[in-house]
Design a protein around this ligand. Structure first.
Ligand code: ASP
Length: 317
């Protein structure tokens, strides 16, 4: 395929300082897949990002369960992991699934077994900050005396709640995910998503990030799309695949993202949704359903020394 545009990489608001890792790969002639993995690994190592990798806020039991996915637009191969514990780079485990597994999604113990088979790096992702957020939650939510090793306190706590209202109340400040996508010198595109999911989520909960079509989708012919926000919404609407579908139907990438965010409003459910997307010609956009927040994403091509902040669209009800 001929060179269509200068190779570039884009990512969500928390990735601006890390896109250089992917741009370097692209500059050296590397693939979009390698570029997005490299940049995502850097975000995963940022201990101050409490929603991705190291320092991610744990689930209600105090355990960090990571979700991550990668998709290749050229082959439409995908690899994802969900509720993964104890591995430093969830995105690289997802990459191994993409490259080597006979399956697309692996979760929990199976994902961990696979990661060990693939010699992925094991380690503790908790930090003082992630432990503090959890301890504060436990202190606020529950009388410390009643906490025991058996997890019975969580059962008691959950029984005392309307679980949907409880989930609605979870603090948005600890939400987040990283979405990164790139186009390489062959015009091939790829997309990556990594997250610790909704802070203090119920154990075993999968968000949109490891669900191909919900939080991540990529097809060389049309483009790529990925999401952050309340994952349940993107799962219900198949948001990432829908954005690609809208482009396939002739909408521009901006119109497609706009319409997908309108669809989220139609669910009339709590929580917000955000997306970044690109088309096969290299046009890019981000969008949010949150009226109080500017939609921000970062862009870096191979000739740029640092990433550039771009403003997407806010889609009201
Ligand atoms: N989308 C992620 C999830 O639902 C979290 C987020 O982006 O805030 O797991």
């Amino acid at each position: 395929m001929s060179i269509m545009v200068k190779p570039f990489i884009i990512g969500t608001r928390n990735s601006g300082d890390y896109l250089h890792g992917g741009a370097k790969v692209l500059r050296e002639g590397g693939s979009a897949l390698d570029a997005i993995e490299a940049a995502t690994r850097l975000v995963e190592m940022n201990p101050n990002d409490t929603s991705v990798g190291l320092g991610g806020i744990p689930n209600i039991l105090g355990v960090q369960e990571m979700d991550a996915s990668m998709m290749c637009g050229k082959t439409m191969a995908a690899g994802t992991v969900g509720a993964l514990k104890g591995f430093i780079h969830p995105i690289s485990v997802a990459r191994k699934v993409l490259d080597h597994a006979p399956h697309v999604i692996l979760v929990g113990e199976g994902a961990e077994l696979f990661a060990r088979v693939m010699n992925c790096e094991e380690g503790d992702l908790s930090t003082d900050m992630s432990r503090k957020v959890y301890d504060t939650f436990v202190r606020d939510a529950f009388d410390h005396d009643e906490i025991d090793e058996s997890q019975q306190w969580v059962v008691n706590y959950a029984k005392s709640q309307n679980l949907r209202e409880w989930y609605d109340r979870l603090a948005d400040e600890h939400h987040g995910t990283v979405n990164i996508m790139a186009m390489d010198e062959n015009g091939d595109i790829a997309s990556a998503v990594s997250t610790s999911g909704t802070a203090l989520k119920f154990p075993g909960r999968l968000g949109d990030s490891p669900i191909i079509g919900a939080g991540n989708y990529c097809d060389n012919r049309y483009g790529a799309a990925a999401c952050t926000g309340r994952g349940e919404l993107a799962i219900r609407n198949s948001t990432a695949r829908t954005i690609i579908h809208y482009m396939e139907d002739g909408l521009s990438v901006k119109e497609a993202a706009f319409r997908a965010m309108k669809d989220i409003h139609e669910l009339k459910s709590f929580g917000g949704m955000n997306c970044i997307a690109m088309d096969a010609k290299g046009n890019t956009i981000s969008a949010t359903t949150n009226p109080d927040r500017e939609s921000v994403y970062y862009y870096m091509d191979v000739d740029m020394k640092e990433s550039e902040k771009r403003i997407g669209i806010t889609v009201s009800e």
